[in-house]
Design a protein around this ligand. Structure first.
Ligand code: ADP
Ligand code: ADP
Ligand code: SF4
Ligand code: SF4
Length: 595
């Protein structure tokens, strides 16, 4: 079986010589596998039944508009939805379970949001045939005898009420008008207004106009709104985006607390959040924008571990050619011992804005060391790293050395140039695109940047731009690397590609790296020591000295009452379920972050 996908936005028959049609060997032999079609505005359509999957059109198209993958025939029966004739194709659907939180994890562009739309009843699936107009009866007919049938029957009979927290909070945010408290009061169907305000820590945003909210505040407003609705099915698409590390841990606790007896579906890329919140996990894999397949439901532990290992045992499928491995840390690493030579240090640093003051009494980062930075939004993390890289001048204090070779990935990224991805990468380092270098294989290719080399930076999506900025920063030879929120907009697999590359570059170049990040598992994966910010968001921030990861996270997690152990199989940090044996034991021992 074949899936042939044409990216019609990139296909320009008036600017090419229609190589795809002219060179197709099936066409040349007199049968039609691909032709220009009037109804598609004169663009080509590939007929998968006659196409032999030779890939000649893929290679000949000057705009890389065609992708073809060959898949096992047995998969055809699992087709759930197709967007258009040569559009993305989804295989498989998770079965929601009442009283369980079902998570979907995996690569972007493989159909996670599509699944949420189908299970919310917003999209009626066409089972892979975009030429039929699907109906709810057809869906019920197709699922007859399957466990998921009763879910759809109740959903379509309106016996299940669904609330859906969408992915792009900023889009909804623009449509909202009025004060947060008024908006939420109007929809408080569960009589939980005060509880939600306290649980989600919304006090400081309660009287704000919704049009003035930050990304994190908007996320809390929409999650809060979903939780106030009386429904049977709660759907959360990427609830941790824009939230700081404190709010993510808090959100995880609140969701478990309030939705125990409901159907809950969620998509997220933060492994700590998923591990704490979910009961079941479905892993997505495939080729972004071409096809996606969902695994069967695994327990949360097994699902995340299979995703990390890149192998699904029940399906006998290898998802990718490498493993994401959290290796067990040895004692020296637990104590944060790396090189002795200091690459950057600060003392007595002070900075004030109207209403906000930052203080960084002392600290240093040594060669070969990665230092993670954690703290709530608005506590001064970005201000601090901007002072370190010389973008902001401190009111007092010293940063040494004054001049070092720096590479900096700022928090806010914008399409800064009309130049191409290739030009930007070659500017950062001449060798970065040499196909035999580890950097090309492990960063450029795994980020998918090799397919975008001739694209203009201004045409990239948020995730693509983030990956380019990370790659460009890493490609540069520097003494000090600074990354401010690098995992925003990128998926779970890409986060570990990034983390692994950061570690390798820091160790091999004997440089020093600081990384501001809200995904705790990334800190565990990459950081040797950690800086915890204390203070009051929006008022004052205090930069504590870097301490070994174990001590820093132990102190930090105590505040939330969430304990972590280490997974025996993969070494990743795992949140203990509240009141479980280990949770109680570790709390007794004051060991919130076990190594
Ligand atoms: P994910 O949530 O995993 O990032 P989505 O479900 O949003 O993936 O989309 C999967 C793919 O389906 C996208 O890469 C896109 O190519 C395609 N797609 C999504 N929505 C539409 C649509 N409305 N019309 C056509 N194609 C779509
Ligand atoms: P974080 O990175 O921890 O979210 P920031 O360093 O961005 O925190 O901001 C800390 C505080 O300083 C916030 O209250 C922010 O509003 C304020 N702030 C940051 N930059 C400026 C500026 N250029 N002028 C005035 N206030 C600022
Ligand atoms: Fe031209 Fe490529 Fe479109 Fe074919 S797919 S018409 S070769 S742009
Ligand atoms: Fe023709 Fe080969 Fe392209 Fe199929 S893959 S449409 S057979 S050129």
């Amino acid at each position: 079986m074949r899936v042939a996908v044409i990216n019609y936005a990139d296909c320009k028959p008036d600017k090419c010589r229609v190589e795809c049609v002219n060179f197709c060997p099936v066409n040349r032999s007199g049968t039609k596998a691909i032709e220009l079609v009037e109804a598609m505005k004169g663009k080509p359509v590939i007929y998968e039944e006659t196409c032999i999957g030779c890939g000649i059109c893929v290679k000949k198209c000057p705009f890389d508009a065609i992708s073809i993958v060959n898949l096992p025939d047995a998969l055809e029966g699992e087709a759930i939805h197709r967007y258009g004739i040569n559009g993305f194709k989804l295989f498989g659907l998770p079965t929601p379970k009442r009283g369980a939180i079902t998570a979907i994890i995996g690569k972007n562009g493989t159909g996670k949001t599509t699944i949420l739309k189908i299970l919310s009843g917003e999209l009626v699936p066409n089972f892979g045939d975009p030429e039929v107009m699907p109906t709810q009866d057809m869906v019920l007919q197709r699922f007859r005898g399957k466990e998921i049938h009763s879910y759809f029957k109740e959903l379509y009979n309106k016996e299940l009420r669904v609330v859906h927290k969408v992915q792009y909070v900023e889009v909804v945010g623009r449509l909202l008008k009025g004060k947060v408290s008024d908006l939420l009061r109007r929809i408080d169907e569960r009589g939980k207004l005060d509880e939600i305000r306290t649980l989600l820590r919304m006090e400081s945003m309660w009287e704000k106009e919704s049009s003035t909210l930050s990304g994190g505040e908007l996320q809390k407003l929409l999650v809060g709104a979903a939780l106030l609705r009386e429904a049977d099915v709660y759907v959360f698409d990427e609830p941790s985006s824009y939230l700081d590390i404190n709010e993510r841990l808090n959100l995880s606790r609140v969701l478990r607390q309030l939705l125990g007896d409901k159907y809950v579906l969620m998509v997220d890329h933060d492994l700590i959040v998923l591990d704490y919140v979910a009961d079941l996990v479905n892993v997505m894999y495939g080729e972004p924008s071409i096809y996606g397949r969902v695994s069967k439901s695994y327990s949360v532990r097994a699902g995340i571990n299979h995703m990390l290992k890149g192998f699904l045992p029940s399906e006998n499928v290898k998802m990718r050619d490498y493993e994401i491995r959290f290796y067990m840390k040895d004692l020296a690493e637990m104590e944060g011992v790396t090189g002795t030579s200091i690459k950057i240090s600060w003392s007595g640093v002070q900075k004030s804005f109207l209403g906000f003051s930052l203080s960084a009494p002392r600290g240093e980062v040594r060669e070969g060391e990665v230092v993670g930075i954690v703290g709530p939004n608005g506590i001064g993390k970005t201000t601090f790293v901007k002072i370190l890289v010389g973008e902001l001048k401190a009111d007092a204090g010293i940063v040494e050395p004054e001049k070092s070779r720096l590479a900096y990935k700022p928090q806010v990224i914008s399409p800064f140039t009309e130049r191409t991805v290739r030009e930007v990468m070659e500017d950062a380092s001449k060798d970065s695109l040499s196909s035999s270098s580890w950097f090309y294989v492990e960063v450029v290719r795994r980020f998918g940047l090799h397919k975008l080399l001739d694209s203009s930076v201004s045409s990239l999506s948020g995730g693509e731009l983030q990956k380019l900025m990370i790659a460009k920063t890493l490609a540069k030879e520097a003494d000090v690397y600074v990354f401010d929120e690098p995992s925003a907009y990128i998926d779970v697999e890409e986060r570990y590609v990034m983390a692994r590359a950061i570690k390798r570059v820091t160790r091999e170049r004997r440089s020093a790296t600081l990384i501001v990040e809200h995904d705790l598992a990334i800190h565990d994966y990459v950081a040797d020591r950690i800086i915890v910010f204390s203070g009051k968001p929006g008022v004052s921030g205090n930069v504590e000295e870097p301490v070994p990861l174990r001590h820093g996270l132990n102190k930090f997690l105590r505040e939330f009452g969430i304990t972590f152990r280490r997974d025996a199989e993969t070494g990743r940090p795992r949140a203990n379920k509240p009141m479980s044996y280990l949770d109680r034991l570790q709390k007794e021992r004051n060991e919130y972050y076990a190594m």
